[in-house]
Design a protein around this ligand. Structure first.
Ligand code: GLU
Length: 294
């Protein structure tokens, strides 16, 4: 197997410390395996995309010495592939149009909660739109044992999610006509031949959905590794939305050393004169920590 990994930032602002940690982990894992490292700009969420942010992220990665092995992929150029995947699922009856508004779903979940049952999408439109207008497309998830997805995360160990009780039929194309992250990421990773996904643990909750979708589309499931997320003083995930500051490009070694420490790598950042020296030491430390053998 030829290792292919990736870093897939959403261009909602400049790279910050939290996203640097994900970038570094995916980069080190690819290097430790002697594999390829790709970058994909996840710019399909029109309303959240900030003009210029993608270019900014790419140039920061460059200045930090993380050079992709292929030109970056852009989700906004891949809409036709998402439509093909949706059509493939439609042909086999795995998706259905949903007319529920957020409020209707929230109300029915409140009722469900009161009855102490599931908090997943209640499947209101599974059997038809009940005279409502189609808004989104949802993927049917199975019931019973087939709903239980279990996988081994390389960092967090065994993970299990019951798609029927914890998630419900999930959206692949949104009511505002935007492609859902879950569909885009699965189609893109499969088309790019990604074998290993390394990303922040905030995405752990999406992984079972993505594995199920891979099975529905008949594409391979990559290996997963979710690194601990960086939180602010209030314990919230560091994000562009809660004011994470852009990285200081002038002194990459300082930020990279801090990112390596967050990943549990014992390195003295000040001991390295160049990015190359730092990356060589960090790759060896990562390989040791994650028991990577090639
Ligand atoms: N675009 C996602 C983010 O920036 C990451 C997606 C992924 O790695 O699967 O949070």
């Amino acid at each position: 197997m030829t290792y292919r990994g990736r870093f897939a930032p959403s261009p909602t602002g400049p790279l910050h410390f939290g996203s640097l940690v994900s970038a570094l982990a995916s980069w080190l894992d690819a290097r430790a395996h002697g594999g390829a490292w790709l970058v994909r700009i996840e710019d399909i969420d029109g309303p959240r995309t900030v003009p210029g942010a993608a270019e900014d992220i790419l140039s920061t990665l460059d200045r930090f010495g993380m050079h992709a092995d292929e030109p970056p992929a852009w989700q906004s150029h891949r809409i036709a592939r998402y439509q093909e995947a949706l059509d493939q699922l439609k042909d086999v009856g795995l998706i259905y149009p949903c007319g529920c508004t957020r409020k209707e779903i929230a109300d029915s979940l409140l009722n469900a909660h009161a009855r102490n049952t599931t908090l997943a999408y209640p499947g209101t439109c599974r059997s038809g739109l009940h005279g409502k207008l189609a808004r989104a497309w949802r993927l049917r998830v199975p019931g019973g044992d087939a709903a239980v997805i279990t996988f081994e995360d390389r960092w967090q160990r065994e993970q299990t999610q019951n798609l029927a009780t914890e998630v419900g039929d999930f959206v692949l194309k949104r009511a505002d006509d935007q492609w859902a992250y879950q569909l885009a990421v699965v189609v893109d990773d499969a088309d790019a031949g990604i074998t290993h996904i390394v990303r922040g643990a905030d995405l752990m909750d999406s992984t079972a959905r993505q594995i199920y979708l891979q099975r529905c589309l008949g594409v391979p499931t990559p290996a997963y590794l979710h690194v601990p997320v960086v939180t602010n003083e209030q314990g919230e995930k560091l994000s562009k939305q809660n004011g994470a500051t852009a990285l200081d490009d002038v002194n990459p070694l300082e930020a990279l050393s801090a990112a390596a420490r967050h990943l549990g790598l014992e390195l003295d950042g000040t001991a390295y004169q160049t990015l190359e020296h730092f990356y060589a030491a960090a790759t060896a430390a990562w390989a040791e920590r994650m028991s990577v053998r090639v």
